[in-house]
Design a binder for this molecule. Sequence first.
Ligand code: PEP
Ligand code: MG
Length: 555
Amino acid sequence: MLIRGTGIGGGVAVGTVARMADPLPEPEDRRSTLGVDAEIDRANQALARVAADLEERGDAAGGPAKQILEAQALMAKDPTLVGQVVERIGEGATAERAVFEGLAGYRELLVGLGGYLAERAADVDDVSQRVRASLAGVPTPGVPDPGHPFVLVARDLSPADAATLDPEQVLALVAGEGGPTSHTAIIAREKGLVAVVGAPEALTLQDGADVIVDAAHGTVTLEPTADELAAATARIAERAALAEAPVQPGALADGTPVPLLANLGSTDGLDDALRRGAEGVGLFRTEFLFLEADEAPSVQAQQEQYTRLLAAFPGRNVVVRVLDAGADKPLAFLDTQDEPNPALGLRGIRSLRASEQVLRDQLTALARADAATDAVLEVMAPMVATVDETRYFTALARELGIRTAGVMVETPAAALTADRILSVADFASIGTNDLAQYTMAADRLLGSVAHLQDPWHPAVLRLVGEVGAAGAALGKPVGICGEAAADPLLAVVLVGLGATSLSMSPSALADVRASLAEFGRADAERLARVALAAEGADEARAAAEAEAAAIHTAE
Ligand code: PEP
Ligand code: MG
């Protein structure tokens, strides 16, 4: 059986499935038929089992996880909680309902106390799920722990679950929901996990089933044949060798350079990006530095962060984006509006223009960091829709000492007037995540429309081609910094459409570097032509794959 979804990156993995159970629903509020004593026994035993299990896990995990798990074990043993559960059972409730209500009461208490204690509410929910799963004799919801490396199959992952996945244990991740720009996909890419998302059929897979997960083709093969296994194992070995290979600058097979740059959201990832051969930074998301801040950061605080970033790339290009507040990236000090459609509201350059001092401070901090370091700083504005916004931003940036000022192309309006925008801006960088969202009218935060959020769609590709053509005509660089650049075959198509550099999560660099090296410029243009001519996203991907296979056979 072959299951299809959207592959993230180019990895392959072979392993056995461990499913992540869905959260348990609220138990029915009905009278117990077992009798009070039997229900009290069940509840006590389940609470004790869960407490012991959490303690055991804590001992095995060590470090900060041990403290969290021990605190959870204490909750399950808390005499006040046990007393409340017993009381509810005495009133006729089932053990499930009594545990649910008892822990919900505990949760409310913590939330009412606020601060650090309120943040433990999710831990209480987790204990409630564990005890009720134990009562029902079903697997505990959450990331499973079968005791050996496994292929994780889940409907979707919460950001917290995704962020704590251990790449040593999780050979691959298969999610029923989610698109290429979902949190799960972004975190999988960051961690370098082999992943296929948006594969609803995968939810029929059973624990222990043998599978091959092929992210390059977006497939999951159930019970593979010996030949399929041998081919997958050979590809895993090839990729391991690739990751070890000395890193070269990005280039097509004919030598055309395509600088490969890193997308970063903090200075923590700098060493990893350099180790993976990032030739510079194509997108530094500055808003990620200040997501928790209530007040606009000072020039001094910003200057320190930017200096650290620029100092890591002497002589290299570093593209910093000014604060992109709003919609999926709210910032307390810039978001003042309660908007019905935040993605269409006062976001990106619009919100900065409304709070110009914040933008002035940021540009000043950047110009000072630039003066103190040897990187080639380029600064760009997010969510630009008009030539007027381009003129406003580039003029202000130059006034404050920024030498190279560009804009992100994330709206169809900017793509369709790229010739005029690029006659004002020094460069363009295409944000394919938002460009796909706005072109397809599909909210990037909504799982229900994730299938439409596909940068392979010819409508999105045609807009990229408009920007590429404008850049070529005016001799201005056109980068790509959305997740699309991390898809090895799409990366070649984007170069065929006129992209002059590609920026991505550092974990994708090796795959994209290898893919570019397989095609010359004429090949890239051919791949772009067949993708543009397709009917939809799936057809464009399939047509490009077929054309790539034909190019390889002709060699
Ligand atoms: C994009 O929209 O493609 C982009 C790179 O910006 P972000 O994902 O931060 O909105
Ligand atoms: Mg964007």
